[in-house]
Design a protein around this ligand. Structure first.
Ligand code: ADP
Length: 255
C-alpha cells in the first residue's frame, strides 16, 4: 500500500496538493476522479516518484519511496503518464519490448519468456496484427494501446495509469477497464487509474479517490461515492442518478 503522511506539493510557491494522511491500497482497482486542475496528475506523479514532495512523504511497502533504486521501483510500479512520447522510429513491438527493460537491463539476455510476455501483452490490447507498424504512424487510440501493452509487459505488481482512455473509443475504453479488472482479479496486480468518466469508474472501480482543489474529498467504495450531493459538489453541476436498467448499479447524468 501507499501511505501518505503530511504530503504537500507546491508549484510556483502555490500549494497544489495537500494530503495530511491517506492509505491507498495496492491490491485493488482504484479510480481517481476530480475536475480539471484538481491535482490528480500531480498525485499520480508523486506515486510514480516523478515529483518529490515539498513536505511530508509517501511510503510504499512500509518504505519511503525515495528509498527504492530506479530499477527496484520499476520492478514494483509501472507508470503510464498522460502525455505519451512519439517513440520515433520504433515499431509497436519494439516499444512494448521496452517494458521488459527493468528485468534484464540494457545488456541482459533476452529470453523466450520475455518474447512471450511481449506477444501476450500485444494480444491483450488487440494489437497483435499491428506489431510491425511504426508507433508514429499508428492512430491515437492504437498508440495509447501500444503504450498500455508496454506497461503490461513490465509485469510490475502495481500499475499507475493517468487517463489511459483519453484517445480510446467507447468499446476500447470498456475493453481496457475490463482487462485491468481481470488482471487485478487474476494476478493480484493493483491498479490506480485516473479517469474522467464517472460511469466507467463506477462500473469497474473497487475504490474511488476524489480530489478537489488538491485535497482528498472522498475515499471509499463506489456505492458510497455514487450519491447526488457528492457528485454535484465534486463537479459543481446539477446531477441526476438513475438505476441502470440491466444491473444493480447507478448511472450519473449531468442535467
Ligand atoms: P489534474 O490532473 O487534476 O487536471 P494537475 O495535477 O495536472 O490537475 O494540476 C493541478 C494544478 O497544478 C493545476 O492548477 C495546474 O495548473 C498546476 N500545475 C500542474 N503542473 C504544473 C507545473 N509544471 N507548474 C506549475 N503548476 C502546475
Amino acid at each position: 500500500m501507499f501511505e501518505f503522511s503530511q504530503l504537500i506539493i507546491e508549484r510556483n510557491q502555490r500549494p497544489i496538493l495537500d494530503i495530511p494522511n491517506l492509505t491507498l491500497a495496492t491490491d485493488k482497482l482504484t479510480v481517481i476522479l476530480g475536475k480539471n486542475g484538481s491535482g490528480k496528475t500531480t498525485l499520480m506523479q508523486c506515486l510514480a516518484r516523478q515529483l518529490h514532495p515539498s513536505k511530508g512523504c509517501i511510503r510504499f511497502k512500509e518504505k519511503p519511496l525515495l528509498g527504492f533504486s530506479q530499477r527496484q521501483l520499476a520492478q514494483e510500479i509501472a507508470f503510464l503518464p498522460q502525455s505519451l512520447s512519439e517513440a520515433a522510429g520504433l515499431t509497436i513491438r519494439e516499444l512494448v519490448q521496452l517494458g521488459r527493460f527493468p528485468w534484464h537491463g540494457t545488456w541482459g539476455r533476452w529470453r523466450q519468456k520475455d518474447h512471450d510476455i511481449v506477444t501476450q501483452s500485444l494480444k491483450q490490447v488487440g494489437l497483435s496484427h499491428y506489431e510491425n507498424q511504426l508507433v508514429e504512424e499508428a492512430s491515437g487510440g492504437e498508440k495509447q494501446r501500444a503504450w498500455i501493452a508496454m506497461l503490461l509487459a513490465q509485469q510490475s505488481p502495481v500499475l499507475l495509469l493517468d487517463e489511459p482512455t483519453s484517445a480510446l473509443d467507447i468499446s476500447h475504453q470498456y475493453e481496457l477497464l475490463s482487462l485491468l479488472q481481470k488482471l487485478n482479479r487474476e494476478t493480484g496486480q493493483g491498479i490506480i487509474i485516473i479517469l474522467h468518466d464517472v460511469n466507467l469508474a463506477a462500473r469497474y472501480a473497487d475504490r474511488i479517490l476524489a480530489i478537489d482543489e488538491g485535497r482528498c474529498v472522498f475515499h471509499g467504495t463506489v456505492d458510497d461515492f455514487m450519491k447526488k450531493e457528492q457528485l454535484e459538489s465534486l463537479y459543481n453541476i446539477p446531477m441526476t442518478l438513475i438505476n441502470h436498467p440491466e444491473n444493480n448499479t447507478k448511472v450519473a447524468l449531468a442535467c
